[in-house]
Design a protein around this ligand. Structure first.
Ligand code: T3D
Length: 267
């Protein structure tokens, strides 16, 4: 039997999904897309999961689209109809980006090695990007005549500003993890030797926090980007009102007052 394209492991309330095509730096085939989306849907539906970690097997995180996948590999036969790359985005990359940004639990991208093309932008769709010092990020699209996708054109200017976003996208230069952290593109860079432990501790810590409030934090921040100040304030009041009536706020506030550890359960 062939090995699973996405490995799934549970430790406490943390679900770790490992992209598993190491020989091709975990680049996306149609089958790996399906496997990752199924695994994310499963984690979203499972009340025992309170944090998801996405990482890569072997020396890479994800090299974006597998350029040899028959779905998009160029057919050089004279007169052949060009492959419909737009459809590939509609069918796979758009649903992936939306799935990541609507997960009911926090999602960590644990970038263990190179993240290129849609592999980098998949990571930027996650809530926290933690990279090993030896990892790097490449907007590889310009080198093959494409634009950043999987949310790249939307995310990059918002994360690092227009000048850096355009510079990264046009040059396709490799951005070392330390530089990515310095310019605010990612949350944290960690020495390779401490990478697994640091990601594990962060994931367990997030899993013990009020999950629903964390997911609503992401949702409100993403929505606020499109709103004026007054509407942003109104959104906060509406969401805070809802959270204030939920279990986790009562638990968090009373645990604080009673000087004990809170037990959160909303999701
Ligand atoms: O149709 C569409 O493209 C639409 C979708 C767009 C979304 C996208 O993501 S477009 C961008 C696609 N990705 C790339 O262009 C990146 C291509 N890869 C690279 O530039 C380099 O591999 C890296 C800079 C990421 C890493 O370089 P290096 O020197 O560390 O490794 P390598 O030797 O190039 O790669 C190792 C193996 O992985 C190699 O296979 P081999 O020779 O050992 O059998 C290489 O062919 C394979 N590999 C790496 N990336 C891809 C890939 N195979 C297929 N597709 C890849 N994207």
């Amino acid at each position: 039997m062939s090995e699973a394209l996405v490995l799934s492991a549970q430790q406490g309330a943390v679900r770790t999904l490992t992209l598993n095509r190491p020989a091709a730096l975990n680049s996306f085939t149609t089958d790996m897309h399906r496997a990752l989306r199924a695994a994310l849907d499963e984690a979203a539906a499972d009340a025992a999961v309170r944090c998801v970690v996405i990482t890569g097997a072997g020396r890479g995180f994800c090299a974006g689209q597998d350029l040899s996948d028959p779905a998009i590999a160029p057919d050089l036969t004279p007169g052949a109809t060009p492959k419909d790359i737009g459809r590939l985005l509609d069918d796979h990359y758009i649903p992936l980006a939306k799935r990541l940004r609507s997960m009911p639990v926090p999602v960590i991208a644990a970038v263990n090695g190179v993240a290129a093309g849609a592999g980098a932008n998949m990571a930027f769709n996650c809530d926290l990007v933690v990279a090993a010092k030896s990892a790097s990020f490449i907007q590889a699209f310009s080198k093959i005549g494409l634009i950043p996708d999987c949310g790249g054109t939307w995310l990059l200017p918002r994360l690092v500003g227009r000048a850096r976003a355009i510079g990264l996208a046009m040059t396709g230069d490799k951005l070392p993890a330390e530089e990515a952290a310095r310019i605010g593109l990612i949350w944290q860079v960690v020495d390779d030797a401490a990478f697994a432990d640091t990601v594990g501790a962060l994931a367990q810590r997030l899993a013990g926090m009020p999950t629903k409030a964390l997911a609503e934090t992401r949702r409100a921040m993403d929505a606020a980007v499109e709103l004026g100040f007054d509407d942003g304030l109104a959104l906060e009041a509406r969401v805070q009102g809802e959270l204030g009536r939920a279990h986790d706020y009562l638990e968090g506030a009373s645990a604080f007052l009673q000087k004990r550890a809170p037990q959160y359960k909303d999701r």
